[in-house]
Design a protein around this ligand. Structure first.
Ligand SMILES: Cc1ncc(COP(=O)(O)O)c(C=O)c1O
Length: 375
């Protein structure tokens, strides 16, 4: 039995109830109408006239082709589509790992990255270092490798810190995994999103024969309602195993969502530029907020993604601060308890902040008032 997914359970309680959602990890979405307006008349007609039958388990051939073209030297045969990133994470862990395996994952993490391997086998957590810009110590990864280590899961830009690993450490990690024949599941769902100056990493599937590039429409593109995700991987046998595993899950993607995802990815640079500009506009607002409350918070801008993980210094603790803030002032944040790990200690004085939504002003004003009234 899998444990409760703390983040999703917290969101089930508050996401649609809190007045100000200040912790979202997805970029501001657009409407169906706005998305279709980006398309040519022929693409619009293809969407309107499509039959609503089952679709191919691997994903629509033209969508797979569009995804492959985002990568370097990849073909549609190296792409497998999923219902969101979540289904891809579930399939990859279940297909790569068995009870005799060992898995490694960074902490803090998006919870399924650790609870899914832990439900199957032994796992080791490697903490990202807040004193080193949340970087990953590759020597610690090397020391954690065992003869039965099959999978390492990483996520850069990272949820919740927004950290991006340096390119030299990324290459060192890939070389290490190549030496030991270990798969890397790289959750790349924030790739392309962040301050427009962000230096994003190359996709792992383009660099490494055992790399799984996990991506989705949900975050960087701001279209989570489509529930279209994918894994790109050079190992076609592994893809085929995951495709057969998907027969037990969603079987196939939603056909209308595949059409819409194909349109969004065809115009992806426009969407990404729009979403990064929202982050650019929001960052100075948070700079000003944290500058005003230096006694209560420690602030560090994220490298990428649209989340950051500031430190709360108040004596009441971050859990009480976040609870009061949502209950009294309607502002939703995610305290670091949501990100605690079974695999080792994680910071206990942080909270996740969202930077990708428009119209933050009213929420920031509510936070300022809450602090002025209570602290
Ligand atoms: C790092 C990370 N991976 C995966 C997911 C799941 O994405 P999806 O909602 O598209 O399934 C999330 C969602 O918040 C996430 O933050």
């Amino acid at each position: 039995m899998l444990p409760d997914f703390r983040l999703e359970t917290y969101f089930s309680k508050w996401e649609f109830k809190a007045k100000y959602h200040m912790t979202a990890s997805d970029a501001e979405t657009i409407t169906l109408h706005e998305l279709l307006k980006m398309a040519t008349p022929a693409e619009q007609e293809q969407f309107m006239l499509m039959p609503l039958g089952y679709t191919e388990t691997f994903g629509a051939p033209d969508l797979r082709q569009t995804i492959a073209a985002i990568h370097t030297n990849k073909t549609a045969e190296e792409v497998l589509c999923f219902a969101g990133a979540s289904e891809g994470i579930f399939a990859a862990n279940n297909v790569i790992l068995d009870k005799d395996s060992h898995s490694i994952v960074v902490t803090p993490n998006y919870q399924s990255h650790e609870t899914l391997p832990l439900a199957i086998c032994e796992a080791t957590g490697i903490p990202l270092d807040p004193d080193d810009n949340w970087s990953l110590d590759i020597d610690r990864v090397a020391a954690a490798i065992k003869p039965n280590t099959k999978l390492i899961t990483i996520n850069f830009p990272h949820n919740p810190t927004g950290a991006i690993l340096s390119l030299d450490r990324y290459h060192a990690l890939i070389e290490l995994c190549r030496k030991h024949g270990i798969y890397i599941l790289h959750d790349e769902i924030f790739n392309g999103l962040g301050p427009s100056t962000a230096q994003h990493l190359p996709y792992v599937a383009d660099l490494y024969e055992r790399g799984l590039s996990l991506n989705v429409m949900s975050k960087a593109y701001g279209l989570p309602g489509l529930r279209i995700g994918w894994i790109v991987c050079q190992d076609k046998e592994l893809l085929s195993k995951m495709e057969r595993f998907k027969h037990y899950l969603s079987i196939c993607n939603s056909g209308p969502s595949e059409r819409l995802a194909n349109i969004a990815l065809t115009y992806r640079s426009k969407l990404l530029a729009r979403n990064c500009s929202i982050v650019d506009e929001n960052l100075p607002k948070w700079d000003a907020f944290f500058n005003r409350h230096q006694d209560l918070f420690e602030w560090q801008r994220p490298d990428g993604a649209c989340t950051a993980y500031p430190r709360y210094k108040g004596a009441d603790g971050v859990e009480a601060f976040c609870r009061d803030l949502v209950e009294k002032s309607g502002v939703l944040l995610l305290p670091s308890t949501i990100y605690r790990s079974q695999l080792g200690e994680t910071p206990i004085d942080r909270f996740r902040l969202g930077l990708g939504r428009k119209n933050l002003d009213a929420g920031i004003a509510a936070m300022n008032k809450h602090i002025d009234d209570n602290y």
